[in-house]
Design a protein around this ligand. Structure first.
Ligand code: OFO
Length: 172
């Protein structure tokens, strides 16, 4: 039986992960409109991964006899103008999500909910990777974004990203 406060926070996190997917779909659309299909692909796949994160939590709650309630997903509200805007908003968003995960981890630790802490270890690690990816995207764009040929290469690199089901869904 999960601690109610911890489980409620996990329930809210499902919404946050789906919002992350929504936000990244918005970024994907932005780049698609700009003709940068590789950037668009990268965020499209990121959105798919975020949905996996949501499903991972949903399954964990279901497996622990918690009755999940789903809430409305907020509209993506970032004003996207410059080509680099999504990259900066992406890093900011990942840092925000890291804080959310850490808050749940802390709540689990306080009530000695070792099962949830173990479950969340995957998310803690994932957030570290995602912050690094988001930061690397900014670095690359800063280095190459102003040169059309280099931007073309970077776009081609990002077009090669492929989706594979997140390991959090393969754990059980
Ligand atoms: Fe859900 O991994 Fe980032 O936000």
């Amino acid at each position: 039986m999960l601690d109610k406060k911890v489980a409620d926070l996990l329930n809210v996190q499902i919404n946050k992960e789906i919002y992350s997917a929504y936000l990244y779909l918005d970024f994907s659309n932005f780049y698609n409109d700009k003709g940068l299909d590789g950037f668009s692909n990268w965020y499209y796949i990121q959105a798919q991964e975020e949905m996996d994160h949501a499903m991972g939590i949903l399954k964990y709650l279901q497996d622990n006899d918690y009755s999940v309630t789903l809430d409305a997903i907020a509209k993506p509200d970032k004003k996207l103008e410059k080509l680099s805007d999504p990259l900066h908003y992406g890093l900011e968003h990942e840092r925000y999500v890291t804080d959310l995960i850490h808050t749940i981890y802390h709540a689990a630790h306080e009530v000695h909910d070792y099962r949830t802490m173990k479950f969340l270890d995957w998310y803690v690690e994932e957030q570290g990777e995602e912050e690094k990816n988001a930061s690397d995207m900014i670095t690359k764009f800063d280095l190459f974004g102003s040169d059309p040929k280099a931007l073309y290469s970077l776009n081609s690199e990002l077009a090669a990203r492929v989706y594979s089901t997140s390991s959090i869904l393969a754990q059980e």
